[in-house]
Structure formats: C-alpha cells, structure tokens
Design a protein around this ligand. Structure first.
Ligand code: FUC
Length: 769
C-alpha cells in the first residue's frame, strides 16, 4: 500500500502550544505557525537576532596552572587537579551564564516576536472541516476550515529567493475576510506604521551592559484583493477583503560574518526587500519559492513502504508508534522532515542552524540556543553531505572560518599553542574560551571536531579548490593538537589533557567524582582524525610543508583506543569506575561515528569493543535525550546492526519526538532530528571505509523499499532498491569523482569504473546490467 499522505504533517486541530505549531523558514526568517481559527499566531525569528557582544573571556591563569594540573593528573591525584582546574581552566568572567546568557555579553538567540492576526466577522459560528498541514513537497504551511458558510484558507511560507515571509489568506465568499494584524515582541520593540498598509517594529538588544546591542527591524505589509486596509496605532485593519497577502521582511545589523550585501541599516534593508517583493504577484512569489526549495528537497526520495497508519494525522501516528505500533512511512516522513528542517534553517549567506535550528519563542531559550560544539552543532550538520544538501553546510563552513580568529587567541592564551581551538560552546560573537566549569566546559578538541566537517565536505564534493582554501584551517587544528599533546611519562605515548570525556564523570580512589584526566579517549580519537584529515588533504593537494612531517611523527606516537578488561572500549585511559554508566554522551565511540578510526572490517576487535560499550550504555539507561538516541542509531548502523538501529529509530520517535515532529532533549533541541536523518542514511549507504557499502544495516522491519539520491564519499550518488530484505538493484552515479570505486553488498564487493557524469546500474549480485 502506498502512503495516503506521503510527505505531509497534518492535524485536525489548531496548535495549542508551540511544540504543536509548524515550522517554516528560508534559512534566515522563520516562523512557527499555530493555525488558530479566530486568531492566528505566527511566532517569528530572524537568525542573527542575538543579544550580547564580543567579550574578552580568555583566561591567562590557565596557562600558568597547566603544568601543575598535568603533574597532579599524571600522579593520579584527580580530585586535587580538578579543584585547581575549576579555578583556572575556565573562561574569564561570567562566560555563558551557564546557559542563560541573554543579559550577559555572551548573549542569547531571541524571538523576533509574533505576527498576531485577530479575525472578526462571523467568529461566533462554529467551524468545521478544519485541517492544518505542513507540506514538505512545497515547504508551505496550510490551514483551512469552514465557518458561517465560508471556506477560509491560509498558506504560509518563507521565501529564500525573495527574502520575505509570506502569508496568503483567502475566503470563498467575496468580501468576508476581516481581521487585524499586529506585530509584537516581549521587549525592546517600538511600533509604528510605515504607511497606510505597512507596519514596522524596531528595537535594539542588550549587549551585556546596555541597550546598545544589535538593532533589528521587522516590516509587515498588506496587499488586498478587494476590501480595504488601514493602519491604526500599531495594527493594520483589513475589512471586507476576499484575499490578502501579508509580507514580512526582517533584518538586523549583525555584521560579524554576513556577506557585504547584507550589511547596513535594518530599516533601510527591509524597505528595499519589501519594495522588491511587494511588486510581485502572490503566484510568482510562491512559484519562485517552490522552485528554489525543490531544487534541494527533490534530490532524495525514500520509500520504506506504508501501512494504514499513514492515513492518520501525524500526532495520532506518533502516539500509535509510542504504543509500539509500526509505521514505516512515519520514518520516511521523519527523514524528509529533517531534510526540510535543514533547508529551512541553513542556507548560504545565513547564520548556522543553532540548537533550535531557527525557531525559538522567548528572549532566553534553553542554553541560549547557542552553538554547542561537544556534539550538538556537529550533529546538526551530519545530514548535510549524506542527505544531498551540501549547500546547506555553507553557513557552518563560514562560521568555522570565523571562529579560527578568536580560536587562535584562545589557543595562545590558554595553551600557548599554534593553530586554533574552540571549546564546548560558541556564539555569534566569537566565544571560544572554555565554559565556566571544566566538568562540562573543557573540550579543547571541539575545534578539531568542527574541522572534520571541512574535510568531509571535500570528500563528498572532491572540490580541490575548496580543499586548498580550507587547508590552513585543517593545518591550524593539527598544529593546535601538536602543541597541546604531551608525553605521558609512564607510557611515553602522546596524550592530550587535562581534558574530559564530554560531561561524563568517574569516581576517584578517594570516592570523589572527577572528570579531568590525561588522554580521555574522545580527545585522542579526534586528534587522530584531525591528523589524518590534514595529512590526506596535504597529500591530495601535493603540499609538502614542515607540518606534514611533524604530524606524521606525532600520529605514530598517539595513545590509541584501548579495550578494557571487560571487553568494552575504554572511555578514559584508566579503567575508572563510572559515576553514571548510562550517561547521554557516548563520546569514546567518536572513532566509530562520525570518525572512521574504528570500522567493522578494518578493526574488528575495536568494533566489538565499541559494541560492548554501546550495549552496556543502553542497558544502563543511555539514549535518554533525543540527540543521544540519534547518535546511537548512527553507531548501530556503523556496526552493521540494522535491527538495533531500527529499535533506536523507533525509540527516537516514541520517546523523543513532539507532535510537530521536533526532537526533544527535553526540551526542544533540533540536533536529534538531524542525527536521526544521518542515522537513517548510514543504515542505507556508508562510504567512510574506502568503499560504498549498500544496505549495511537494513533492519528486518524494512523488507521492501527504495532510496534515491544519497551521496557517498569520493563524489558519488547512489540509488538503490531492495526486496525481501535483500538488494534488488542499485545505480551509482559519478558526480565528481575520479571514476574508480569499490561497491559492497554484504560479502560481495566489486570494483566499478564510472566516467564522470555517467551512471552504472547493478543487479542484486552487483553485476552491471
Ligand atoms: C550538551 C549536552 C546537553 C545539551 C546541551 C545543549 O552540553 O550535554 O545534554 O544537549 O549540550
């Protein structure tokens, strides 16, 4: 059976809270659409609307304390080391305010406010045939119902080509559309009418000491078919219209990283945008939006089969799945919704997607909705390459380059190191210092982890010009790692530290909880990865600079992942007792995913140890946050266990997904959505181990299906179909590769020669047909 509503989220009732509302976005301007009947709310966002300002947070005390802390750690005096580190290996000043940075210089991502629409006319009549939906094919949110014998329809989208948000309202009977439209914001909002049919809201945010932070403007314009519009103190009144188009333009004067065309006064900028958009008829705006969006969205199609469950509204489907029901089409909907979210929150020229992507409804969202780099920001971008949305990586690419400036200063002040680094958290103002406590804030390899994305972008695109451009950044993270490593006096291996296994703790011999040690596994694995990627990049580009020899030498002396006496992969270099065996971070498995130091066929013993770690982590309650669960899907996929991967896909939907399909930590955090998409890709195609593996982790529950358009490293695109749990056919297209690739399905593998731009079709035995 094919799905009744294949690519739509839909509901029979308006949203009663934000986690039921539906997100739209053009990468920069976003809204959550509630779909009320007598009053509609679109909660608005603009992606650079951040309070705060650059701050001096690097701490000179760190460097001085470092030798002593290392000495204590090598002498296994963990508690003493932790005490000293808590005073010194932290940022200077209030830092991020422990996730509440809105009134500090650190700042917070903030809501732009609401577009509120109050209907008048026949609003006392009951309404019928209500439907609210988000159509992933056209990236439009729609509401329709009947009231007083009239059918009302609303359609909203945020246009990337025209840089405005558009709401179209329609009534089936002439002159029956009556409403008032208003803009509002909880603070820092001045309202004015810009014209008879236009409102403007402006303000300036807090920068940590005064209302002198960034300035913003939002403009709302009405274009009526029939009826009339008038502006009254802070609101637009629409009377007796038949159809109305509302246009919303928004901008700030944030200018740390946006391209030149974007700089300038937000009032002037929005005026220009509004003028350009308002001369275009609604149909044209819509057509341009849909065409632009579909260029990205239509690249991938996924069919996992369907059941009767697919006929139900999305919230009911989710409820059924949380009771153990099977709904394969909900998995493919979730997958495409994740791709939709990335297109909607991360487009070239914009800010990177933050912890909530683009959507946040307060002036102080959780963790300030910032850029957490000890898993979250990276996870957000995991689908970009594999799910064929490479362009959506551009904001992160530019942001990483931005961070190398302040990150070089942090590297110097805290470590006297070359290169650059980032710690656990970052903001648009270039915060790269450690957080306020080493237990969660000291992740010096977060920068090298981010740099992995640059190498991956090259691996998928094979764009050597790009690689040449980012080589200094890759070199910078390798150099930072070189200077940050130190010889362990006992083993003579190179170890990085003091550092943590992100946010996890162990019990010291004197019964204390500690998190710092020398050479925690993740830190070592990320450094291995950074070294490897830099060396590969230098080889591809034919660069033989002195750093190459330095890195080769250090790589051969690195402490490598170790197996514990109980068969698990060790999280720390010693077999510490864990304070929380089911901890949400599973950092020591970085080498399995997103790294490639551990592979099923290349390092089977380490893969078996990773499996054991995962089993125990899960049996102890792991995977309880959305992103943690999503990461686990990726691990199982890399371990080739489709059944376990599927169990965790189901758990992600059942336990960590809200009615609007947003991931919940809790609260809402978008990383799990993206980690889930990446995990589903990893179940179907993998390419990290030097070959393209088809269906490496196909679960028994997905008996028949097909996928089109997934990307593989070295420049390939893959389509495949399967029947009865086995490969039926595949097509490998060489988009930008050198034309020689190895393809595997189970135990069979074959070498293909595919000319650039050509596709080779394979049958179930990997034979060309
Ligand atoms: C990391 C995680 C938390 C949360 C936060 C935003 O620090 O440990 O669980 O996801 O990021």
């Amino acid at each position: 059976m094919r799905a009744a509503e294949p690519l739509r989220l839909w509901y029979r009732q308006p949203a009663t809270n934000w986690n039921e509302a539906l997100p739209i976005g053009n990468g920069r301007i976003g809204a959550m659409v509630f779909g009320g009947v007598n009053s509609e709310r679109l909660q608005l966002n603009e992606d650079s609307l951040w309070s705060g300002a650059p701050q001096e947070a690097d701490n000179p005390d760190a460097l001085e304390a470092m030798p002593k802390i290392r000495e204590l750690l090598f002498a296994e005096k963990y508690s003493q080391a932790q005490k000293l580190a808590s005073r010194t290996l932290i940022c200077k000043g209030p830092g991020s305010g422990k996730g509440r940075g809105g009134r500090l210089a650190y700042g917070s991502y903030q809501t732009l406010g609401d577009l509120q629409i109050e209907f008048s006319g026949d609003t006392n009549s009951p309404f019928a045939n209500y439907r609210r939906e988000l159509d992933l094919k056209s990236a439009t949110a729609c509401v329709s119902y009947e009231q007083g014998g009239v059918r009302f329809e609303r359609e909203s989208f945020s246009s990337f080509p025209d840089q405005v948000l558009v709401v179209r309202l329609k009534a089936s009977k002439r002159g029956t559309l009556n409403f008032r439209a208003r803009l509002r914001r909880p603070e820092a909002a001045g309202l004015d009418s810009a014209d008879n049919d236009e409102l403007i809201m402006t303000g300036q945010l807090w920068n940590g000491t005064a209302d002198e932070g960034i300035r913003y403007a939002a403009r709302l314009k009405t274009i009526c078919d029939g009826g009339k519009v008038t502006a009254h103190s802070g609101e637009l009144r629409i009377e007796n219209a038949t159809a109305v188009t509302l246009l919303l333009a928004a901008a700030t004067d944030y200018r740390m990283q946006l391209p030149d065309w974007w700089q300038g006064d937000p009032e002037a900028k929005t005026a220009v945008q509004m003028k350009a958009a308002s001369v275009k008829p609604y149909k044209k705006l819509r057509a341009a939006h849909v065409a632009d969006y579909q260029k990205l969205f239509n690249r991938v199609q996924l069919d996992l089969g369907s059941t009767d469950a697919a006929k139900l509204p999305t919230d009911e489907r989710l409820k059924a799945v949380s009771k153990g029901g099977s709904d394969p089409a909900l998995v493919s909907l979730y997958f495409q919704f994740g791709r939709y979210l990335l297109i909607s929150s991360s487009r070239p020229g914009d800010m990177p997607a933050n912890l909530q992507g683009l959507w946040a409804d307060t002036v102080q969202p959780p963790w300030s909705s910032d850029y957490h780099a000890n898993i979250n920001l990276q996870m957000i971008y995991w689908p970009a390459e594999v799910a064929n949305l490479s362009e959506c990586f551009e904001p992160l690419d530019r942001y990483i380059a931005l961070l190398t400036g302040p990150g070089a200063k942090t590297a110097k002040v805290h470590y006297n190191a070359r290169g650059w680094t980032v710690h656990t958290l970052a903001n648009p103002w270039g915060f790269t210092a450690p957080g306020e406590s080493p237990s969660w804030g000291l992740t010096p390899s977060a920068g090298a982890w981010l740099a992995q994305h640059l190498w991956e972008h090259y691996q998928f695109s094979c764009d050597t010009n790009y690689l040449r451009r980012v080589l200094p950044i890759l070199r910078g993270s390798a150099e930072f790692s070189l200077d940050w490593l130190i010889e362990d006096p006992k083993t003579k291996k190179l170890v990085a530290g003091p550092a943590t296994s992100p946010e996890n703790t162990f019990i010291t011999e004197d019964g204390q909880k500690a998190s710092l040690c020398m050479g925690p596994t993740m830190e070592q694995e990320i450094i291995w990865d950074a070294f490897n990627n830099y060396l590969e990049a230098a080889r591809v580009l034919g660069v033989n600079e002195p750093t190459v020899a330095e890195v080769e030498k250090a790589k051969s002396r690195l402490l490598l992942p170790q197996i514990a006496s109980d068969g698990r992969l060790m999280e720390w270099p010693e077999e510490f007792k864990e304070a929380e065996p089911g901890h949400r971070h599973v950092s020591h498995l970085f080498a399995l995913h997103p790294g490639k130091q551990i592979t099923l066929r290349g390092t089977p013993e380490l893969a078996a140890a990773a499996r054991k770690s995962l089993e125990i982590r899960l049996a102890s309650g792991g995977g309880h946050t959305g992103w943690s669960r999503a990461w686990i899907i990726n691990f199982w996929a890399r371990l080739g266990d489709g059944n376990k991967a599927d169990e965790n896909v189901r758990a992600l939907l059942a336990k960590s997904t809200m009615p609007n399909l947003f991931d919940t930590h809790p609260p809402f955090q978008i990383d799990g959505n993206f980690g889930g998409v990446a995990g589903i890709c990893e179940m179907l195609v993998q390419s990290h181990a030097g070959e393209i593996e088809l269906l490496p982790a196909l679960p028994p529950a997905w008996q028949d299906g097909s996928v089109k358009g997934l990307r593989a490293r070295d420049g390939y695109e893959v389509d495949l179909s399967w029947k009865g749990g086995k490969l039926a056919s595949a097509a490998v297209c060489n988009v930008s590769g050198d034309g020689i690739c190895r393809v595997r399905f189970g135990d069979k593998s074959t070498e293909l020669k595919v000319r650039r731009g050509k596709t080779i079709s394979l049958n179930e035995n990997l034979k060309n047909n």
